[in-house]
Design a protein around this ligand. Structure first.
Ligand SMILES: Cc1cc2nc3c(=O)[nH]c(=O)nc-3n(C[C@H](O)[C@H](O)[C@H](O)COP(=O)(O)OP(=O)(O)OC[C@H]3O[C@@H](n4cnc5c(N)ncnc54)[C@H](O)[C@@H]3O)c2cc1C
Length: 468
């Protein structure tokens, strides 16, 4: 019997033979045009589009571990065009049309990533099967309907978003306690580590330099201080998402929210016949502490959820190792949804961090006076978003550099959005833990009571958190 792995970055690396070897570190001081901090999707896509637009650019990417060590090598593999942030908040400052533009750009981004992978020869096990949000309680069913009404107010309706009743839902995936679901075709399943490793290879081939085991200590105007030397650059891009709190001066900017996953053993043909899921949709629910899942290339289910939401002082995990209690919680969800999987072996468990701004809205920006740019705060939806964010950064940088090319992404409502910082400790820890305790208890009580109403405590919690 195979022993369960906990950590080792993620299952996705186990799937490709383990974590990669290291590229050389930075050796001494260098000068370049653009320095990028962090070699996840954001940093690598930014380098990719900049090099494609101007191959003469000298780009240096500084990475404290290896390319794809962070969330980009650990996520649930939802390449999703969903806009999970508050449309109303963006509209307050930028108007309704710019929010509609952002939604359309997000949908198009799913195809953009798929097209680039095809063109560049990146095999990331991509299947564009759409995404299913299943209601597994009566109150979740009400929320699915409310969600659809809210989307309709923003012009999102069939075929971009459709309602499926219980029978239609179960015809796709046999979720035991399904009431109904919403379905969008704008999503694909991917193998995250294959995407990030492929991107790193392509970006290097285009001429960017990736320096691994090089920790950035400080980001200053036109300058990055690392443990291996100083990099001077016209532009410095911060692409560290969930790790941003570790950089001097940024501790309270984006909260490193934890998310954890487990991967089952490969399921038998009989189990799959029972479950269905032949469309490879990405699968989530409408719980307050929601779950997300995918059917993998080799016939496993990889399923994730919040677990321990946040570590005191914005600390991050070590190599993706997660808590036993979180693994048990994810197993419980798995078996509740698919009772046929009772007793199924869990082969791998892991976790990672994603970036959450205080207003829960993603942001991209560039300060022309300091040359410092950033992108992130995707709140768990960074797989597709990082690509659109990178194209936005390209537009902002090249416009400063005097390019005559027009990049419509620079008009998106997330550009140069500044929000207030998170509270200092211990309030940050108390607030986030309180929030998720309330969400978990609301999910339990909604399941127990079977009532159609969203629990009041969850409504209050979302409002206090600024998530609503
Ligand atoms: C478990 C989990 C599941 C998720 N599931 C999904 C999903 O299904 N769909 C979705 O859209 N999103 C999902 N997300 C979110 C998504 O993965 C992230 O938003 C996205 O990968 C962020 O990419 P990034 O490049 O900005 O950051 P990262 O991939 O985290 O990259 C940041 C890089 O910066 C490096 N770094 C950090 N500090 C320093 C430093 N001081 N010096 C140098 N380098 C540094 C890190 O080592 C890391 O490689 C998930 C996240 C997690 C953790």
């Amino acid at each position: 019997m195979t022993a369960r792995v906990n950590g080792e970055v993620s299952f996705w690396y186990g799937d490709i033979g383990g974590t990669p070897g290291y590229r050389p570190s930075l050796e001494g001081d260098v000068q370049c045009d653009i320095a990028i901090v962090g070699a996840g999707y954001t940093g690598l896509w930014t380098a990719y589009y900049l090099m494609k637009s101007d191959p003469s650019l000298r780009i240096v990417i500084l990475e404290k571990e290896f390319a794809g060590f962070g969330a980009s090598g650990r996520n649930g593999g939802w390449l999703s065009g969903e806009m999970g942030w508050s449309r109303e908040r963006y509209a307050e400052r930028s108007g309704r049309q710019s929010v509609i533009d952002l939604q359309r750009a997000m949908w198009a981004t799913v195809d953009e990533v798929i097209d680039v992978c095809d063109r560049e020869g990146i095999n990331a096990d991509i299947v564009k099967g759409g995404s299913l949000q299943v209601a597994t309680t009566a109150s979740q069913a009400v929320r699915v309907r409310e969600y659809m009404e809210h989307e309709a107010d923003w012009g999102v309706s069939a075929p971009d978003l459709v309602f499926l009743d219980q029978a239609e839902t179960k015809a796709r995936v046999e979720v035991a306690d399904a009431h109904c679901s919403s379905f969008t075709p704008h999503a694909a399943r991917i193998q995250p580590a294959k995407l990030v490793q492929g991107l790193a290879r392509i970006v290097e081939g285009l001429g960017a330099r990736i320096c691994e085991r090089t920790t950035v200590l400080e980001i200053n105007p036109h300058q990055v201080v690392t443990d291996r030397g100083v990099v001077k650059a016209d532009y410095v891009i911060r692409a560290t998402e969930g790790f941003t709190a570790g950089i001097k001066g940024h501790r309270r900017e984006w909260l490193p929210m934890n998310s954890a996953m487990i991967a089952t053993e490969p399921l038998s043909a009989e189990q799959w016949a029972n479950i269905g899921w032949n469309g490879y949709e990405t699968l989530g629910d409408a719980a307050h502490g929601y779950m997300y899942a995918q059917r993998t290339r080799d016939g496993r289910i990889a399923i994730g959820g919040r677990g321990l939401p946040y570590r005191f002082g914005s600390a991050t995990d070590i190599n993706g190792q997660t808590q036993e209690r979180t693994i048990e919680m994810l197993e419980e969800i798995l078996v509740r949804m698919f009772p046929v999987l009772s007793g199924t072996r869990i082969d791998h468990a892991w976790c990672g961090v994603l970036g959450v701004p205080r207003d829960w809205c993603a942001t991209v920006g560039l300060d022309p006076s300091t040359g410092i740019g950033w992108a992130g705060g995707y709140v768990g939806m960074g797989v597709a978003t990082s690509n659109l964010a990178a194209r936005t950064l390209r537009g902002l940088i090249l416009a400063q550099n005097g390019s005559t090319d027009e990049f419509e992404e620079v008009g998106l409502p997330w550009v140069n959005r500044r929000v207030r910082r998170w509270e200092p400790e211990p309030f940050r820890w108390l607030g986030v833990h309180g929030l998720y305790t309330m969400f978990r208890s609301a999910d339990r009580s909604e399941r127990r009571r079977g009532a159609a109403q969203t629990s009041r405590s969850a409504q209050i919690a979302a409002r206090i958190a600024g998530r609503d």
